[in-house]
Design a protein around this ligand. Sequence first.
Ligand SMILES: [Zn+2]
Length: 447
Amino acid sequence: MELKITPLHNWISARIGTPRAAFDRQALERWQFSSLLRMVAYTRQKSPFYREHFAGLGPINSFPDFFRLPFTTAENLMENPHSFVCVSQEQVHRIVSLPTSGTTAKSKRVFFSQEDQALTIDFFRTGMSTLAGAGDRVLILLPGERPGSVGDLLFTALRELGCLPTKYGPVDDERSVLQVIRQEKVNILVGAPVHLYRVACFDHVTNFLSQGQIKAVLTSTDVLPVVVAERLKALWGCEIFDHYGMTETGLGGGVECSAHCGYHMREADLYIEVIDPLTGEVLPDGEEGEVVITTLTRNAMPLIRYRTGDLSHVIPGDCACGSFIKRIAPIKRRWRAGIQIGECTLFQNDLDEVMFQLNGVGDFEASVFVDEQGRDMMRLSLRIMGGKRERVQEEAREVVSRIPGMEELSCNGRLLIEVVDALNPVFAKRRIIDLRPNVQHPTQASR
Ligand SMILES: [Zn+2]
């Protein structure tokens, strides 16, 4: 079967004003380079932060010149977000405050104009057309109450696409989500991976939906564990498309095509680099490093060479779908986000990949703390959906002990596994909670 080319391909060709026949990688990069120059000039003129950040800067005549510009970091966004803003207060349509973990009480703030939001709607409409079309009934399990929120912009985009969207919000109660799916005859879902997985597990144990009702799922907001993608596919018999984005990229960032081999990036709005997080050097395609973005079209708060903290690589070559639009491999880890426990540096994704293999684990939370004897301990709180709790607990201990470095913890009674009825509602990115005193929390600020 021939794969459908990513809809981003023709969209980007149209966005940069190049006819399909002349649209190639060189044409796109030429356009991106002139957009970068425009953005650097614009921010130096309008943003107090960049005026100072780029003071004494030499001329930019090539990409290597551009790669010499200093990075923008999350700390910069926390310190003085207003100094980034390039438009008048009246033109700011939405401000998103992003709480950061760790000791600092400061939050990152990102500002958007109406034009910026229109660009996101445009991307959402195009990206969603990978999996949805006129007449599809889409349930949005993302925050969508506030005007301009991710769920709200997605709702508008889906309407423009001729879909019938319903806003629900993050998954609270699985049964009520399933009721809405049945009532509204929903066939496509958009949500955070583990939220969707909980709904699928609950459906599996209660036999709520008729087989084949869910045609496709778009996962967003958090890392999609490989095992969760596989199990979602198996439980619902649907196709899974993963999306990568963050507030800083303008909510949308990139989306998989039907080849399911990396996210095609929104290259008419973003310039993507992957750098060595230690040296800052730009890495060639295929080499793992930190994703750095430059916004090419936003006017309220453009970001130049912004370090996202996400680790990935550019997938070399053209996609099997026939497009040369840049692809980023699925994000699994964030720079310095691992938790040090014993001899082991553990990432949330390491636990996800083993825990969600287990039948019955619908969700879980991991935390580390210090016991009365001063030992580092790990607690796994499991939310069981189907299956016998003792058996699931036993299996959980077994699979976690197999993670390199974790066996010792388990043997010494330092791994506690408990079953809980409910977990603290998390919508943001899931992470191992570190409750140890005097531990430097791995925030982006510590980078
Ligand atoms: Zn593709």
